[in-house]
Design a protein around this ligand. Sequence first.
Ligand code: GTP
Ligand code: MG
Length: 177
Amino acid sequence: MFMPNRTLLKVIVLGDCGVGKTSLMNQYVYKRFSKQYKATIGADFITKELEIDGKQIWDTAGQERFQSLGTAFYRGADCCILVYDVNIVKSFETLQNWHDEFLKQVNPSEPDTFPFVLVGNKVDVDGGSCRVVSERTAREWCASRPGNIPYFETSAKEDYNVDDAFLCIAKTAMVNQ
Ligand code: GTP
Ligand code: MG
């Protein structure tokens, strides 16, 4: 059986401001959701012990420029969660930048197999009627990247698929260690 040599995984959450990075983390870790928007400044991390492993989740600010966080911040990342808002096309279009910048900063030995997970958040908004990025489009983006990027549609508000997404992240990161 595969045994990870470390018990803590460093997971970095990236995406445009307001897509719900902090909300997803708060829902996953504390089972809490707030309607109020408080933009993240810089970066923060929280940990949640899992049965299978420990996880260290780093939340970042969508507003910040990557460079301002510094390369040291990304060092040792085991996995990257890319988050977009299914109701805002721009947040989907900038995924490629987040993806490329992350790889540039982390500079992993095997970038093609580095574990990313894509999350399309806010599927609850107006019952999905104002959604602009389809599940199919998102899955096509995943398929067009090197490696096999898992995709999850979530609602941090309704606690839909949040646990599944984070569990997949832990597994993906461990397999790749
Ligand atoms: P930055 O820290 O600025 O980069 O933003 P963020 O990505 O951390 O977004 P945040 O979690 O702060 O959420 C922004 C707003 O969207 C808040 O008002 C949240 O309540 C709301 N929000 C987050 N997730 C969802 C969701 O799944 N559904 C709905 N309806 N609203 C959400
Ligand atoms: Mg935030």
